[in-house]
Design a protein around this ligand. Structure first.
Ligand code: ADP
Length: 159
C-alpha cells in the first residue's frame, strides 16, 4: 500500500518553514500532496492558482511531491485522494491549541484519518506567511525567509 499524506494549508505564500516540513514529510511518505485550501474566510494576498504556482516552483526537484488545491473539508479531500494522513507543522506552543482543536474535530468527522505533526528546524520555528507579508510591506529584505522568486512575487503584489 502506498502511503500518501496530505499537507493542507493556505500557503499565502510558501515559506522556508513550509518547505522544511515538506522535505521532512517526503522522507516518511511515498507521496505528499501539498493542498492549498480555498478558504473564503481569509483575505489572501495571492489567489489559489498563484499560490499553487509558487508551491510548484518551490518544490521543483523534490521527489514524491504533488501540489493541488481543494474546496470543502480536509477530511473529504483526504478520502478522495485515498490518503489516511494529514500532516501539519507545529512551530510553537501557540500553534498547539488551534491544531489540537482541528485534529480532534477532523477525528470526530472521520476516524480513519490521522493527523501527524512535524516540527521544523528551529531556524524556521518563528516564520509565518502573515509576518513575512507584514515585514515585506514595511520594506524588509526577505532573504532567509522565502525563496527569491517568492520575495519578488510578494513585492510586486504589494506595489
Ligand atoms: P493555515 O492552514 O493555518 O492557514 P499555513 O498555510 O500558514 O496555515 O500553514 C500550513 C501548515 O504549515 C500549518 O500546519 C502551519 O502550522 C504550518 N507552518 C506554517 N509555517 C510554518 C513554519 N515556519 N514551520 C513549520 N510549519 C509551518
Amino acid at each position: 500500500m502506498r502511503r500518501i499524506a496530505i499537507y493542507p494549508g493556505s500557503f499565502d505564500p510558501v515559506t522556508y518553514g513550509h518547505l522544511d516540513i515538506i522535505k521532512r514529510a517526503v522522507k516518511i511518505f511515498d507521496k505528499v500532496i501539498v493542498a492549498v485550501a480555498h478558504n473564503s474566510e481569509k483575505e489572501p494576498l495571492f489567489s489559489v492558482p498563484e499560490r499553487v504556482e509558487l508551491l510548484k516552483k518551490a518544490t521543483k526537484g523534490i521527489k514524491g511531491i504533488e501540489v493541488d488545491d481543494f474546496h470543502g473539508l480536509v477530511v473529504d479531500y483526504v478520502r478522495r485522494k485515498n490518503a489516511r494522513v494529514v500532516v501539519r507543522g507545529l512551530r510553537m506552543i501557540s500553534d498547539f491549541e488551534y491544531e489540537f482543536q482541528m485534529a480532534l474535530t477532523n477525528r470526530k468527522l472521520t476516524d480513519d484519518v490521522e493527523t501527524i505533526f512535524m516540527m521544523p528546524s528551529e531556524a524556521y520555528s518563528y516564520l509565518s506567511s502573515k509576518l513575512i507579508k507584514e515585514a515585506a510591506s514595511l520594506g524588509a529584505n526577505l532573504k532567509g525567509f522565502v525563496p527569491g522568486f517568492v520575495e519578488k512575487a510578494i513585492k510586486s503584489k504589494l506595489k
